[in-house]
Design a protein. Structure first.
Length: 222
């Protein structure tokens, strides 16, 4: 099966599902169908075709995972997507909150030659504007384990590294509160009853965010 935009979207959706569930996990078919915007029956038909092509391993009534070949192709799709996002932000001057949809379209049509030129021009970056790791030319992705503002230690200097939600509304919230990747922050307290996380951010500013938002902001020691 030649990689088409549909095949690439399925492989990327399965890869992202596995990333959330854990290495080697089976991604439920309902989750795959939701990610690509089709019915579960349609997703199952496509996944069976991918399995016949050796790109995935499908277990009926359990789910699907990528094979080594499928994982490499998914990594190359993510490489194109994330380099395009970075190019649109750094060179074209677009907002980081609006480049995801553009990259979704362009990731299927740009050539590997053009992507390599973009990579070279940008200085071979390792992360996109949202902090997501950029796969190497072989499709391999280095994804270090990161804690979120919901699980990290209290009273510890931290650096925001990755935003785990590319919804434009959420990204604008992050930008408004100066919580973009690279910013330093400290968690002062968490209140489960109030669903609130108290932060000390740039210039000793105090910020209160919800637990759901805090779970989407991934950090590492500053």
């Amino acid at each position: 099966m030649l990689p088409s935009s549909t095949v690439e979207n399925y492989l990327k959706a399965i890869y992202q599902g596995q990333s959330a569930l854990g290495v080697g996990a089976l991604v439920p078919m309902g989750q795959v169908a939701s990610a690509v915007g089709v019915t579960p029956g349609t997703a199952t038909t496509m996944v069976k075709a991918l399995a016949e092509s050796g790109l995935v391993e499908y277990e009926p009534y359990s789910g699907v995972r990528l094979s080594a070949a499928g994982e490499k192709l998914a990594g190359l799709v993510l490489r194109r997507h994330r380099l395009v996002e970075l190019f649109l932000v750094q060179v074209m001057g677009m907002s980081w909150a609006e480049v995801h949809e553009e990259a979704e379209l362009l990731e299927h049509v740009v050539s590997e030659r053009l992507i390599q030129r973009i990579d070279d021009m940008l200085g071979n970056p390792t992360r996109d504007p949202h902090g997501d790791p950029i796969p190497n030319p072989e499709g391999a992705i280095a994804s270090p384990a990161l804690e979120s503002l919901l699980t990290c230690p209290l009273d510890t200097p931290l650096r925001i590294t990755r935003i785990a939600d590319q919804d434009p509304v959420f990204l604008r919230f992050v930008e408004t509160n100066e919580l973009k990747p690279g910013q330093t922050v400290r968690v002062d307290s968490r209140d489960a009853a109030a669903d609130a996380v108290q932060l000390c951010a740039k210039d000793q500013r105090r910020i209160t965010i919800g637990a759901r938002a805090a779970s989407k902001l991934l950090v590492e020691p500053a």
